[in-house]
Write a protein that binds this ligand. Structure first.
Ligand code: V55
Ligand code: FE
Length: 514
């Protein structure tokens, strides 16, 4: 194992991370600062900045399933003000905007609200950006030094009666599930000891427990990871800490009935890079992958590391174990998927090497070699893998994901353009293609009924009609995504690019405790 100096830097740790107000009052702008965004590569991708309420979305194809009762939540990234950093990562550093699609009696109401983080509020008062580059506090305006930098732009999820909005660099916030207004940031009644919390918690369907973690838990680029479990009501009942072999982006993790697995992937970070104003994360083509395994509710000091070759993976589709072997499925590529993070040795981004193919990593927990194996499941480049969340931690067979490249189908333009469902046992797939001028967001499984078998129900996907300059929520039959959609709901505005979403049933929403 290569050892790096402990990157837990004094400077980043001494920041008063909980500060919610600027150091000094920021004077009201006079005259008002000019707001001018750089021209977007495609007009569809310009910031939207719209908070909307639409009662009764227009159904332009098919019929809304009248039995569906619940809300589909999603978060998108929509910069409030232009960045003052040249080449900033607009997507990852864009303000979180929560969306809700409320399904009830065959009617769908749409709502969108910016998440009112302390950072959002400070910038709104100032009329301009105050926070600098993606996850680099050294580039901020002095007035906001030490303020929590979170923008809650990665996931919205419901657990223990609360609707959370999260980004992995900060503690989560709580939103009102009906109005989407921001209630405030949330530290689990004072129990969150980490400075950060993942945007990808997992809920164990057998116990209702929410398993989560924070990386860079003692400050940006620290190797510390805190692993928590909260009971079904959201109270933290387990906490343990360990150190990763190196500091990196730990965007997602895997949870099975018996283990928690932390993928340490060589999209590394170093405190010096931040100080020098370089990219926070850089791809290291010479470093290994380490999978850290801890028994559920076990101790960090007992973590076992399993090594694999230089690989990139980010989102986990699903994982399960049989007591000895742990299987973990994810799109895996030879180099970092994100073109905006540089490669350490200066070589250019290679789109072929960045393509991720759904693969299975298998760990033999009794292995003497301390390595894991890799097997490809699917031959189409994919990302945004999801499953039927009722099978989280359990042996599962059904998954859904976005495809960026289907060699048999000629298409122009970049981005995700197809939705594919896959049987992870056989690799067999079915594909939905919304058309030449469209791109898609993350496809999300929605169970038809509580008792429906695995993968039976719907797939919700937000489609960007780039030719028509509006978005659509397309509802597919999860078992037949290659057939005509169940229905298409027109959203008469552009929904910006975003990340993750989740379906919450009316029954769950009735349990709200925020
Ligand atoms: C991701 C998204 C982020 C982030 C880190 O892989 C990783 C997705 C939207 O922000 O900060
Ligand atoms: Fe993610």
């Amino acid at each position: 194992m290569t050892t790096y100096p402990d990157l837990q830097s004094a400077d980043t740790n001494t920041l008063a991370w909980q500060r919610k107000e600027p150091k000094e009052p920021i004077p009201a702008p006079d005259p008002y600062p000019i707001v001018r965004f750089p021209e977007a590569a495609h007009p569809f991708d310009a910031p939207s900045r719209i908070e909307a309420d639409i009662v009764g979305l227009e159904c332009i194809q098919g019929e809304i399933p009248a039995h569906l009762d619940g809300t589909f939540y999603k978060v998108v990234c929509d910069r409030q003000f232009p960045s003052f950093i040249k080449g900033d990562i607009d997507l990852f550093n864009g303000d979180g905007m929560a969306l809700s699609f409320r399904f009830h009696n065959g009617r769908v109401d749409y709502k969108s609200r910016y998440i009112k983080t302390p950072r959002f509020n400070a910038e709104r008062d100032a009329g301009r950006a105050l926070f600098g580059g993606y996850r680099n506090p050294y580039t901020d305006d002095a007035a906001v030094e030490g303020m929590v930098r979170g923008i809650a732009n990665t996931n919205v999820f419901f657990h223990g009666g609360k609707l959370y909005a999260a980004k992995e660099d900060s503690p989560p916030l709580i939103l009102d599930p009906d109005t989407l207004e921001t209630v405030g940031d949330y530290d689990f009644e004072g129990s969150l000891t980490s400075k950060t919390a993942t945007a990808h918690p997992k809920v164990d369907p057998k116990t209702g427990e929410m398993v989560f973690f924070g990386y860079a838990a003692k400050g940006e680029t620290s190797r510390d990871i805190a692993y928590y479990e909260a009971d079904a009501s959201g109270r933290i009942i387990h906490e343990t800490w360990f150190k990763a072999p190196y500091s990196s982006m730990v965007h997602d993790f895997a949870v099975t009935q018996n283990y928690v697995i932390f993928p340490i992937i060589p999209l590394r970070s170093e405190a010096d890079w931040l100080r020098k104003g370089e990219s926070h994360f850089q791809w290291d083509p010479n470093e290994k992958v380490y999978l850290g395994v801890i028994p559920r509710k076990g101790k960090g000091e007992n973590i076992q590391w399993f090594e694999g070759p230089n690989r990139f993976a980010s989102h986990i589709m699903g994982a399960y174990d049989d007591g000895r072997y742990i299987h973990l499925d994810a799109p895996v590529s030879e180099s970092a998927y994100f073109p905006w993070f540089p490669i350490i040795d200066g070589r250019p981004f290679d789109p072929e090497k960045a393509k991720g193919y759904l693969s299975r990593w298998t760990i033999d927990t009794q292995s003497q070699t301390r390595t894991f194996s890799e097997k490809r499941i699917n031959r189409y480049a994919s990302e945004f893998p999801r499953m039927d969340d009722r099978y989280e931690t359990l042996k599962y067979s059904w998954g859904v994901m976005g495809l960026s490249d289907v060699p048999e189908q000629q298409t122009s333009g970049a981005g995700f353009r197809w939705v594919a469902t896959v049987d992870v046992r056989s690799g067999k797939q079915k594909i939905y293609y919304p058309g030449q001028e469209s791109t898609i967001g993350e496809p999300v499984f929605v169970q038809g009924t509580e008792e429906a078998p695995e993968g039976h129900g719907y797939v919700f996907v937000i489609v960007s009609r780039r030719d028509l300059m509006h978005s659509e929520l397309v509802v597919l039959d999860a078992q037949n995504v290659d057939k005509e959609p169940v229905c298409t709901l027109k959203v008469p505005l552009r929904i910006p690019k975003g990340l993750h979403g989740n379906w919450v049933t009316a029954g769950e929403l009735a349990q709200r405790t925020d």
